[in-house]
Design a protein around this ligand. Structure first.
Ligand SMILES: Cc1cc2nc3c(=O)[nH]c(=O)nc-3n(C[C@H](O)[C@H](O)[C@H](O)COP(=O)(O)OP(=O)(O)OC[C@H]3O[C@@H](n4cnc5c(N)ncnc54)[C@H](O)[C@@H]3O)c2cc1C
Length: 426
């Protein structure tokens, strides 16, 4: 690393400059350093990994335990094909092996979600910071990059308020636009557009959904692990999906709803869709009626208002009593069969009306980003700028929740760092 203090700004020279100290930037800087390159990592915030620390509710879902790369790639929809080559270099297993080998044991939870055993995102950040130090990466924080200078399809330097940094290769890992207060405010998109890249308009994805019905809001805090949701719009019943939902004071969240939010947003742009919730997806109507009858037989002398305790969660029971339309003071043993069957049907098809999506300030990831066709996925090198590499949320992937966003960061960051690290090393 060369330093010079000429004029107002300090001049730095290195092999690789990485812009953005999130997970993708940190892993790429580590890998470029391991390749023997001198590396500078420049971060806008006072500290690295601000968004990383809020991932997984502060527990950081580092990856998903899918160990077949084709199956893993399919999780990203049609664009998953771009990830096959990078996954062959850094897979979900490699993520687990990396953190475990750095002294951070992991554990697998429901739906293959992998977390640090400590349940702390800080453990993940600690590993990355230690590894940055081991790879001799120079870290510059509190320094937004404000300018990128390119000549003849090559970046020659970048500037912060205090320094001009020259490098042989550059990696941009400034993230998307979700949760801008963490630093990812879309700076990279502006630069890359100027440098000739196509940026598909960033919009929110994996975002909670606002809903109309007051009873939904009253269930705030209730989490149901196994619900089926069907999105119904003017044209058709969409594909039904099963998973975990969380009721909030404004509507619905949880992995299933986050994963459907993009489709819900699109349906709302075209009309007034509805969400149909099946609270008992494992049982058909006859089986559910049998289960309910067996339960009611045990509480025959109770009033309907108190009859559902033990059948569903205590928070849900009074809401379902209200939605049933059955008089709450009616003794269970005189509830007409037709009313019971209508209630069973309701349990399998509760209608909820989405009224909007929460904005970037609540999004987990933003969709949109650099067009994938403009990146060579064998190296993560830009096809527009010869010495530029890209990784992480800046790329236009659709990511389901469950550790899949961070897996893209580890994988593409590793490949970008490895390629940039050997790019014309001085
Ligand atoms: C609430 C929440 C929970 C999440 N939970 C999970 C989870 O459990 N599992 C999962 O897989 N994914 C999760 N995600 C998604 C995951 O956090 C992102 O996919 C990941 O952080 C993207 O990493 P990145 O390095 O590409 O970008 P970022 O993490 O956004 O980092 C980009 C960095 O670049 C810096 N930067 C921006 N502009 C400049 C500039 N001009 N100069 C210098 N630096 C700049 C920013 O300050 C920032 O530090 C979650 C996201 C949110 C918001």
């Amino acid at each position: 690393m060369e330093k010079e203090n000429s004029g107002a700004k300090q001049k730095l020279a290195c092999d690789v400059a990485v812009i953005g100290g999130g997970p993708a930037g940190m892993i790429s800087a580590i890998q470029a350093g391991k390749e023997g390159a001198s590396v500078v990592l420049i971060e806008k915030n006072k500290t690295l990994g601000k968004k990383l620390l809020i991932t997984g509710g502060g527990r950081c879902n580092v990856t998903n335990a899918i160990f077949d790369n084709r199956t893993l790639a399919q999780k990203y929809g049609k664009k998953g094909k771009f990830l096959l080559s990078p996954f062959s270099k850094w897979s979900a297993q490699d993520t687990i092996d990396f953190f475990e080998s750095c002294g951070m044991p992991t554990k697998e939870e429901a739906l293959g979600r992998v977390f640090p055993q400590s349940n702390l995102a800080q453990s993940v950040l600690d590993v990355l910071i230690d590894e940055l130090e081991n790879a001799n990466v120079k870290i510059i924080t509190d320094s937004p990059v404000i300018k990128i200078k390119a000549v003849n399809n090559k970046i020659v330097s970048i500037e912060t308020a205090d320094a001009v940094i020259n490098a042989n290769a550059f990696i941009i890992t400034t993230g998307g636009t979700a949760r801008p207060e963490t630093g990812s405010s879309g700076d990279g998109f502006k630069w890359l557009k100027k440098l000739g890249h196509t940026i598909s308009a960033p919009s929110v994805a994996l975002v909670p959904v606002k809903t109309k019905e007051a009873w939904v809001h009253r269930l705030q805090g209730l989490s149901l692990p196994n619900v089926k949701i069907t999105l119904i719009d003017a044209k058709a019943r969409g594909e039904a999906r099963i998973g975990k939902i969380l009721f909030t004071h404004f509507g619905l969240s949880g992995p299933l709803v986050l994963g459907m939010s993009q489709a819900i947003g699109e349906a709302m742009r075209e009309g007034t869709p509805a969400l149909e919730l099946d609270l008992f997806p494992a049982l058909d109507q006859v089986m559910l009626d049998e289960k309910l009858r067996a339960h009611l037989a045990k509480v025959q002398n109770k009033k309907w208002a108190n009859a559902l305790a033990g059948f569903v969660s205590p928070l849900l029971a009074p809401v379902l009593v209200e939605l049933s339309g059955i008089n709450p003071t009616m003794p269970v043993n005189i509830i007409p069969r037709v009313a019971r069957i209508a209630f069973v049907k309701k349990l399998k098809a509760l209608t909820i009306t989405p009224t909007g999506l929460l904005g970037v300030e609540k999004a987990i990831v933003s969709s949109g980003g650099v067009a994938l066709e403009e990146v060579d996925f064998k190296t993560m090198r830009s096809q527009k700028i010869e010495n530029l590499y890209l990784a992480g949320d800046i790329l236009d992937f659709d990511r389901p929740s469950g550790g899949f966003s961070l897996q893209i960061c580890w994988t593409t960051g590793f490949v970008a760092g490895r390629s940039a690290g050997v790019y014309n090393v001085r």
